[in-house]
Ligand binder design. Sequence first.
Ligand code: F6P
Length: 553
Amino acid sequence: MPDKPAQLTHLPEWRVLAQLKEQLAGTPIRDLFRDDPQRAQRYLVSGAGLTLDFSRNRLTDATFDALMDLAQTCGLEAQRNALFDGGIVNRTENRPALHTALRQPLGQGVRVHGENIIPEVHATLDRMAELVSAITEGRHTGYTNKRFTDVVSIGIGGSFLGPKLVVEALRPFWHGQLQCHFVANIDGTDIAETLRSLNPETTLFLVQSKSFRTQETLDNSLLARQWFLDKSGSEPAVARHFLAVTANVDEAIRFGIDRNNVFPMWDWVGGRYSLWSAIGLPIALTIGMEHFRALLEGAHAMDCHFREQPAASNLPVIMAMLSVWYNNFWDAQSHAVLPYDEYLKHLPEHLQQLDMESNGKRVTQNGNAVDYQTGPILWGGVGANGQHAYHQLIHQGTRLIPADFIIPLQSHNPVEHHHATLFANCLSQASAMMAGKTQAEAEQELLQAGMDQDTAQALAPHKEIPGNKPSNILVMDKITPTTLGALIALYEHRTFVQSVIWDIDCFDQWGVELGKQIGNQILPRLLGNETEGTAGDSATDQMIQLFRSANRP
Ligand code: F6P
């Protein structure tokens, strides 16, 4: 494992940034606008169909340069090249992380263990295309020769969130022949409610699991299989109705999936980066392969932008370094993602896994505990709804919450003046967060409205909005497969850049494993198969007893 030149917080660039923070602390963003008429134009960058306005940040040119210097000193360029070239960037699992190869055109090679993987990626895309056309053209039908009408995708985590986000976001591109449903949770309600309205004759099941060892997915798939067998009464029909996507082909076959129905994944694709692989089949089946390929093209365009643009005009680098700036120098504990587009309503959930599973780490690549904060809590929701809920805390709460507003310039549903109103809401929120309202302004407003001096004075502190809350605005012409692909890839690279600065492995997730291990010890006790000793602690034992008394056979 390569040595860092020095511990992060001892780097000269880190100290410069700490000083710049002190200098900027008394200067509100609105003063930066007042002093620089060109600010909005200068802090606007575009790439791969996306435009980022990052002018509403606690940022001066000196800070921006210092952030870019820090990125350079942390070896971003070399690590970025290693990411694209198949270097072992996931060091704890001794693997590359080549989601970028999944969207690379034929002709450019990427080698893993000496073998060019791009032809295999494209062979799998061609198999996906063949399946999609066989199903939509009615060549691959259900066991009673009826055409498929529904697809149930069974998977969790990265085998669920990315496909769900994209299927919903690209609703205007649905061809309408197939309705996609997602089952993720082990909570029986998820699958029971999904199966309730489905016809087994016309339902296709996709078992989506990189490892083919995930309990939620396997249990739900077994249940779906049993439901299908009960209704169809035909074991051979399973082969027509059940497909799998996995890197563990043998296990899928052992489970009962026909070998010809297993689509490959590879250990060099992380679960949370897998929507670009055959895990994207729910997407391809819903919008067609042409649009799925356009999604890949959009992501590839962002890959090229990330790889080729200098740091100072590089969207993922700028967004990542701003996040480092607030996280490590301004003590921001969370980051809000606020899509102003109904179609993007699942974006925060997908980015939560992407960012928090990736950068929720506490030791450096060399295994030393960090002495700085790593990944912040990522959260958010669709605008304008959030304005009537949690925006209040952003405006007047005690915490600093940097936000990304994401909004298309054009709507797929241009009804009346709705899109202009939505856009106005988005701009007004960014503006209110930045400008705020002073106590004097609040008091003046109240006096002008006819309030007496004493009451106005008493009320004004409650109406003061401190402002100086940073935000980015990210726009694209419209939500299309290409712009959506670029948007998701942008956040993937933003996550990666942060991990480079924090010197952590953003491609493993060991913390998730502990819960799984303990769960395996508890389950036999809940089922009454194991009664001796303790499950680990008396509080857990007590709850096990409560559960057992409520669920006696
Ligand atoms: O929850 C942890 C995790 O390992 C994720 O990283 C992954 O996306 C998810 O489980 C599902 O894993 P699999 O695709 O192997 O079933």
